[in-house]
Design a protein around this ligand. Sequence first.
Ligand code: NAD
Length: 323
Amino acid sequence: MILVTGGAGYIGSHTVLELLRSGYEVVVVDDLSAGHRELVLTDNFVQADIRDRAALSAAFQQYPIEAVLHFAALTSVPESVADPGRYYDVNLGGTLVLLEVMRAFGVTRLVFSSSAAIYGDPQRLPIPEDHPIRPKSPYGRSKAVCEEILADYARAYGFSYVSLRYFNAAGSDPEGKIGEWHEPECHLIPIVLEAASGKRPYVEIFGTDYETPDGTGVRDYIHVVDLAQAHVLALEHLAAGGESGAYNLGIGRGYSVREVIEVCRKVTGRKIPVREGPRRPGDPAILVADARRAQRELHWQPRYTNLESMVETAWAWMRRRES
Ligand code: NAD
């Protein structure tokens, strides 16, 4: 059985669905601080904070857990700049508690949700895994330190792990069972789609003076189903005795904020009002992945390779939720 922490969240819930479709048994631990019970498509659900050692131990006692997918974390870059203590407490402290409980129960395989935020401002593009790690925010730093802790646990305690460094997750389950649902919404595509559907008056662009072709930030968007599949492949890699390591996950193409808004206009056929604002602290200008390592070593192949197809699934989910 696979333990999924943060399995009631956006990427975690899609990965649970992918695991179930691949025939795995799954148990989810989530405190529902940002997740939704409705997104968890299994009855094996434990509502608990990963920092609660007793509750986590009880879950390991109750279920025959063989490996862990660790999504649970606080996820906003600007929030982490404003309140770093909270971010380190959950993202670092929570991960340490989880690792210690795993160790106590002899569970040593882990797939970790890392992030492109660990790289900071890119010195090379697209960004390979051996790029310098210079996070610009406490959020990015929390992920970078967790990766180092995992390497220590692998050396000292025989853990094996895969860190998946996601670029920007986008889209929703194409069958419409689940989708992206953050409250308040803090990700660009759903924000733009909320503006398209009239739920918010306009989209604010944070920074129009970046050194990018149109002055707005550029990101590499990857469909959440492709991310979910990478987790299943990472689990298989570890189960087969594969080496520990870190892998970028992105499609290797960047879209600016203005391009994202344009694609959303095209997909929805709606007007999307825009306001231009200042940059936010902690945001690099461009993040684009070199994800060839995951393709080579995990045999991962993204199916959604253009933004239109991602936005279409996100828009379908939003309309379904509204109806
Ligand atoms: P999300 O907020 O939808 O999911 C996180 C889940 O963790 C939520 O269900 C939340 O309730 C749960 N959680 C938070 N703190 C917890 C705690 N102390 N104990 C138990 N559960 C807790 O976020 P997401 O977008 O699905 O991100 C999942 C993971 O992927 C995170 O680790 C995030 O840092 C990472 N990541 C996300 C992106 C992205 O584009 N969304 C990019 C890079 C990395």
